[in-house]
Design a protein around this ligand. Structure first.
Ligand code: SAM
Length: 253
């Protein structure tokens, strides 16, 4: 159950400072004013100021699992804030802990495998991405959205649990900026066809051509660095990739 999940009322209420402290200033806490005759009351009546934002995540990994994509994208997109979203508590905590450890390690000595990253630009949040995505991200906030090896939910009566549907494509179109891309990868051919059909049928998306897909470094990371991508590779399975561009408002909806 995800009843205990908390979401910000709106993206403006989201405090990113705890996730990206190197990029986002801590929001000022409400302070009782000195003129107030009753300081104890002032705390409850002062309106908290919105967080002091300096940067927002623009890349999201939906159902990030153990975070392989995040760790590999960190040095590839060093100036970009990247957010993994994961529904499982223990998996989210694992990724958060690993990010903390890598940041601490990088502060002592530059990471030999990934020079140029201090892992300050990646974070992981527990969320059910099928709900409240627009509570986390402003309209057009994202430039890239990854859907890597989503759970296939094979049985027809379970298809409604798939994280690609016409409705969810509308949410992905809302959070993606025009020109932004939605990346999909799976080893299940039927799910690949399902996702491609839904995105292609949506007026806000067009499929990206093969040449552009193959030239995109993020596609290589999806294939080779996600936990599932590695597992499928070890078992000699096939990996089906499709990328979709978010059209301009005028072109689609
Ligand atoms: N993307 C990772 C990879 O490629 O290695 C993990 C793939 S795993 C098969 C699917 C992940 O999506 C699981 O970790 C699962 O907990 C997560 N997940 C499923 N439904 C979700 C939802 N509604 N919101 C967030 N995460 C979800």
């Amino acid at each position: 159950s995800d009843h205990d999940l908390k979401y910000p009322e709106s993206p403006a209420a989201m405090d990113w400072s705890q996730h990206y402290p190197a990029y986002v200033a801590t929001p000022p806490q409400p302070q009782p004013t000195t003129q107030d005759p009753e300081p104890s009351k002032a705390l409850t009546t002062t309106t908290p100021k919105p967080p002091a934002m300096t940067a927002l995540p623009t890349v999201a990994d939906i159902g990030c699992g153990f975070g392989g994509l995040l760790f590999a994208l960190s040095p590839l997109l060093p100036e970009t804030l990247i957010l993994g979203l994961e529904i499982r508590v223990s998996v989210t905590e694992y990724v958060q802990e690993k990010i903390r450890a890598l940041r601490a390690q990088a502060a002592l000595s530059p990471p030999p495998n990934s020079p140029g990253t201090s892992y300050a630009n990646i974070a992981c949040l527990r969320a059910n991405t099928m709900k409240f995505l627009p509570n986390l991200f402003h309209k057009h906030q994202l430039s890239k959205l990854f859907l890597c090896f989503p759970d296939p939910h094979f049985k027809s009566r379970k298809h409604k649990a798939r994280i690609v549907s016409s409705t969810l494509c509308s949410e992905y179109a809302y959070v993606l900026a025009p020109g932004g891309k939605a990346y999909t990868i799976t080893d299940v051919e039927d799910l690949h066809a399902w996702m491609a059909e839904r995105f292609a049928a949506h007026p806000s998306f067009e499929r990206v051509g093969e040449e552009e897909v193959e030239a995109d470094a993020c596609v290589g990371v999806m294939r080779g660095e996600t936990e599932e991508g590695k597992k499928v590779g070890r078992n000699g399975g096939r990996k089906f990739v499709a990328v979709f561009r978010r059209l301009d408002e005028g072109e689609g909806v």
